[in-house]
Ligand binder design. Structure first.
Ligand SMILES: [Zn+2]
Length: 200
């Protein structure tokens, strides 16, 4: 309970504070914003939250977020289906798409190898990647996991798994700072890292 505030407001502040990047101060600000908003605005917000939860799922081909069974990138026939860029999560797709330099498809692993968090290769969509390569005409895999310990471990593991498959395997060049997440790399750095990607 926050002294001087109705219980419902306190509860909403508590819920907001659980969200990433939201401290108590921001949580209070959001709660007062909602209190002052029109009923319509609040209903739109509630509907959007519900729709995200109900409609968004993982693409059955690449595991990117999608409202349909197959995402807009996988179903775009103008894209180069011979190249697949492997990223840890959907934010990697957003980062690569921002560069505009890449026209191929993606494969989202939905995680990185991280023994401390109990995440092993079998918890990632690696088996699905290999199946996809075997079934389709993929000729190049670009590994775009982060340059963090987990990202590098995942990249090394992928190289081992993919090397016997007789396809070109490249890794984003080290324009992205060591320890860095591709999500936070600026667009030109990421674009250069893609252009200068190297064989592994
Ligand atoms: Zn897809």
């Amino acid at each position: 309970m926050i002294k001087g505030l109705p219980g419902s407001m306190t509860r909403l502040i508590e819920e907001f504070s659980k969200m990433p990047g939201i401290g108590t101060r921001s949580a209070k600000r959001l709660t007062f914003y909602i209190l002052q908003s029109s009923r319509e605005k609040v209903e739109t917000l509630l509907r959007n939250i519900k729709e995200v939860k109900e409609n968004v799922r993982f693409c059955s081909i690449c595991n990117n977020l999608s409202e349909k069974e197959i995402c807009s990138i996988c179903s775009d026939e103008t894209r180069d289906s011979s190249a697949v860029c492997v990223v840890a999560g959907p934010s990697g797709v957003i980062a690569m798409e921002k560069t505009g330099a890449y026209k191929g498809l993606y494969h989202v692993l939905l995680g990185e190898i991280s023994p401390l968090d109990g995440m092993g290769p079998e918890d990632l969509k690696i088996k699905e990647l290999v199946e996809r390569i075997n079934k389709t005409g993929i000729k190049e895999v670009i590994i775009a996991t982060d340059f963090t310990t987990e990202g590098e471990t995942t990249a090394l593991y992928l190289q081992e798994v993919l090397n016997p498959l007789k396809i070109k395997v490249t890794r984003l060049a080290r324009g992205v700072p060591a320890g860095g997440s591709i999500e936070y790399a600026d667009v030109s750095t990421l674009e250069r890292a893609f252009e200068e990607r190297g064989g592994v």
